[in-house]
Design a protein around this ligand. Sequence first.
Ligand code: UDP
Length: 242
Amino acid sequence: MNNKYELIYEGKAKKVFSHDHADKVIIEFKDDATAFNALKKAKFEGKGKLNCLISARIFEILKNKNIPSHFIELKNENTMIAHKIKIIPLEIVLRNTAYGSLCKQTTIEPGTNLVKPLIDIYLKNDELNDPLITKDRIELMNIISSKDLDLIIDLTLKINIILKNFFKDIQLQLVDFKLEFGYNFKNNIVLGDEISPDNCRLWDLNQNNDTIVSLDKDRFRNDLGGLIEAYSEINRRINDFI
Ligand code: UDP
């Protein structure tokens, strides 16, 4: 990155730089992958680029359906320009199918289709290991008002309908995903972060039998191999469809 831009923040998968405009930032997607609160780490050449391109496409699809996000435009293949937002320290997970931590923490069998989408909210705090949090605890901690929390939940449910249908069109089952929201300079809530196979579980529907074929970060979490091939396949299907 051109050194006239100041590194404001570096996370596990992205770097955020300043922009000439005070209300914009430059987000660079890294090739690093982490899982289990960064206990497991690796680098996958090309992952940053794929996640940046996939996220950009998805933010555009959502924008066309009136879902506001921080995304403005791509700067290059692994960098996007976005509105500067104040991230709300909550991770909003929506599940259509039971998998991952839901099955570790309950008696629900992996692969169970949920009668209605389940929303699990986690406190974004690495030191505490991102614990599952309740509405009452969010209120108690004064993280956001209950009105804003309802708005975020409503947006997440709407995003699920749009994405579930879109992914189905490209033969992918949207199992679950994690969203982050923030306040823009007008203090409006917008979608932030990224939407990519790093934070969505996507299963291939192009299968003759019931085997689960993960085309997402589970390839890394569960040592399945072929992560870049899986992410490239998603990027290819998205581009072929649009
Ligand atoms: N997820 C994420 N970041 C996290 C935790 C989860 O993006 O720190 C995503 C994950 O990719 C999946 C969904 O949220 O699509 C649900 O993850 P889950 O709670 O099952 O946790 P995991 O099994 O990844 O520990």
